[in-house]
Design a protein around this ligand. Structure first.
Ligand code: RP5
Length: 176
């Protein structure tokens, strides 16, 4: 993806079948979590985006997690704040890789969210990004999909290399 591409071009290249499921504990997490959607859209990767609260709708969470792989999803990004149990619970329900996003709330600067997500027991991994790090969660999901052996993965790897080249330019431009 290059900076010159319009959003129409990006949408055209986005596969229609969601490969990454983005879930969050509350609609109030969306301002943080939308960066994951945006990052994946830049790589033409379709997402599904839903609110699934571990504490307020546990049965929906179990159904969502159990069915994720059968719905065609390949990676899960789960964001939550405070007592942020959603990523870990989903990791216990699905065989898919789960990326956890600690959402910062007004108390404790997101440290509560981070510690709730990162300290998982052995056997139930969650790849935790930084507090509020939803963009990196999206980029990590793209890298996971890019690691496959098919043509689509090769296309994603090519895009990722181009994106990494842009990062170098951005870093250098910041010094100007
Ligand atoms: C968590 O509680 C959610 O993930 C959210 O970050 C937090 C606050 O939710 P609301 O009270 O704004 O719905 O479960």
């Amino acid at each position: 993806m290059t900076a010159e591409q319009t959003s129409d071009q990006i949408a055209e290249q986005t596969s229609s079948r969601p490969l990454v499921g983005i879930v969050m504990g509350s609609d109030s997490d969306h301002p943080v979590m939308k960066a994951a959607e945006e990052a994946l859209a830049e790589f033409g990767i379709a997402t599904s985006v839903e609110v699934v609260s571990a504490h307020r709708m546990p049965e929906d969470m179990v159904a969502w997690g159990r069915g994720a792989a059968d719905r065609g999803l390949r990676v899960v990004i789960a964001g939550a704040g405070g007592a942020a149990h959603l990523p870990g619970m989903l990791a216990s329900l699905t065989p898919l890789p789960v990326i956890g996003v600690p959402v910062p709330l007004k108390h404790l600067d997101g440290m509560d969210s981070l510690l709730s997500i990162v300290q998982m027991p052995a056997g139930v991994p969650v790849a935790t990004v930084s507090i509020g790090g939803a963009r990196n969660a999206g980029l990590l999901a793209a890298r996971i999909l890019a690691a496959g052996g098919d043509e689509e993965a090769a296309r994603l790897r090519e895009r990722m290399v181009a994106f990494q080249g842009e990062l170098r330019d951005i870093a250098l431009a910041k010094g100007e």
